[in-house]
Design a protein around this ligand. Structure first.
Ligand SMILES: [Zn+2]
Length: 98
């Protein structure tokens, strides 16, 4: 995120190797998930901002395209769905559909 009118960039080279069998592989980093392009702290800021304003407004504020903001929002949901085991669920009750 920029500091007032000054553009700010934070870059870090992630160690990578090229394997003939698995292609290019990178290590997991503690500051973000693979493919995000953002730090976890920046994503936390985005989460707070979208609680108070539309995604398009957040995108303009942080200088990103709204599709990247939506990806930040969808990632934790998709990760939770991936871990969810519904193999023992037999019945689902729905009270309201709105
Ligand atoms: Zn390999």
């Amino acid at each position: 995120m920029d500091f007032f009118q000054h553009a700010a960039y934070l870059t870090a080279r992630v160690p990578r190797c090229k394997c003939e069998q698995h292609g290019v592989q990178t290590v997991d980093v503690p500051w973000g998930w693979k493919g995000s392009g953002f730090t976890l702290r920046f994503e936390a800021l985005i989460m707070v901002l979208v609680g108070a304003m539309p995604v398009n407004a957040v995108a303009r504020l942080v200088g990103e395209h709204d599709t990247r903001i939506w990806r930040v929002l969808k990632h934790p949901v998709e990760a939770a769905w991936a871990k969810l085991d519904c193999s023992k669920v037999e019945t689902i009750c729905v009270d309201e559909k709105s």
